[in-house]
Design a protein around this ligand. Structure first.
Ligand code: ZN
Ligand code: ZN
Length: 80
């Protein structure tokens, strides 16, 4: 049985929701926690839903990628 395994490269990316500033509307970014960086399960993949923006509507993080703009964050099982 052949299973095609996608090459996943986990790693740190710049948070798309706050664009790496760590701040969002004057408060700590809820996606990266204020660090401006976030660990995702696959740095090669951009989120198809938000096109890598981290949000679909302003003020609401993308539920597909958790606001990272890439894939699901590594250290978070539950998204918004
Ligand atoms: Zn952020
Ligand atoms: Zn997304």
């Amino acid at each position: 049985m052949a299973i095609k395994i996608e090459k996943r490269i986990p790693g740190e990316v710049t948070c798309s929701y706050c664009k790496g500033t760590g701040k969002h509307d004057g408060e700590s970014c809820i996606v990266c926690g204020g660090g401006g960086k976030v660990n995702v399960v696959d740095t090669n993949k951009r989120c198809q839903w938000c096109k890598g923006n981290g949000f679909l509507m302003k003020g609401i993080p993308c539920t597909n990628c958790g606001g990272t703009g890439y894939t699901r964050p590594v250290d978070r099982s539950r998204l918004f």
